[in-house]
Design a protein around this ligand. Sequence first.
Ligand SMILES: Cc1ncc(COP(=O)(O)O)c(C=O)c1O
Length: 424
Amino acid sequence: MADFSQQLAQRANTINMNAGPSPLPDAALLTAAASLLSYPDTPGMGIAEISHRSSAFDQVVANANKDLRQLLDIPDNYHVLWMQGGGLTQFAATVLNLAAWYRTKHQLTADDDVEGWYAVTGSWSKKAAEEGTRMGVTARTVFDGKKHGKDNKFTSIAPVDAWDVPQLEENSRKPAFIYYCDNETVDGVEFGAPDSDSAFPFDKFDPAIPVVADMSSNFLSRPVDVSKYGIIYAGAQKNLGPAGVTLVIVRDDLLVDLDEAVKYGAGRVPSMLSYKNMADTNSMFNTPPTFTIYVCSLVLRSLLESPPLPLSSPDARPLSPLSDFADQKSALVYSELDASEGFYIGTADKEARSRMNVTFRLPTGGEPLEKAFVKEASERGIKGVNGHRSVGGIRTSIYNAVTLDDVKKLVAFMREFRDKNAHA
Ligand SMILES: Cc1ncc(COP(=O)(O)O)c(C=O)c1O
């Protein structure tokens, strides 16, 4: 067995706050490293060296699906798909599949228009709406966070009563879907937990309209009532595993034959983007990213077997410890911002603050001070805290594998940095 003590010591001295790809649990990585050389079920052959059609790899996928179903309590009428192309590909795939579903269901013609509704609360949902337009639906923005936010930026999520939702007449055509992004990674804006003011607002919409959620950056960070959704998807590279795979959870009745849908005015869609193809082949329509899926399976198992906090009660949902953990960690950073007398200013409104990506500015010193913050943080081993290139500022990403101790060290550094620079 290779001796990884040097690498593990380096990891122990590093606080990885990258926004994605981001840190993964040590235990999962150690198992993965050994399995690359020789996988226990196929001695002498590594996990990346065996067929995706082998019984050993079948078992990997079966275990991952089983654990994911348990963690999220996924109802039986939902499929779990492992797809490629990242979140961006899902911006198109969700639209192409749901527009085809809608066209087939209503037996439309090429002359009929299909509408999709978008809640645009940040950079990713904005891009998704743009891609929706490119894919040929009429993408209607039912909430524009920029119009509502401070300084024309994505800083808040208004209550749904203030959204620009068209009144649908009794027999008028509905949109094919409502799309939103549960956590905006760039802007640090997140829809609330079920009991908060900014909780899932789509209960107020017609339940016949499927809700599509991009949960790429807060996946597996809290319990979710999957039965409320048509589609949930998440790129793996934050809380689930390495980049290269995107998890899609899709309700059974939304699967359609995309070639059939051409009769109803849908365009041709690459076979690889068809949810039905993926469901029919257990995600093995072509060669999937086997190693990535394997690491995801290890992460899923670790969330079940060693949650960061104990379950609060025997009937608590398996992701509730992750939710408490995320609340606890992000609250430490937000308290530091709020106590800083304006040295640090959080960019998101309090009700919309993300538990995964804490974004803030240093207004007294502007960009030069922000640069100094990033540089000094890095010298202390705190990596990846620069804001997204499109918005600037600071972003500390506190995904599941970031420890409480890591966050305490970040907060101690923030306090020191402020003490040193507040009156400079
Ligand atoms: C919320 C969200 N959606 C979509 C994407 C795009 O994902 P990808 O880079 O995998 O295409 C990202 C990337 O960070 C993201 O954070």
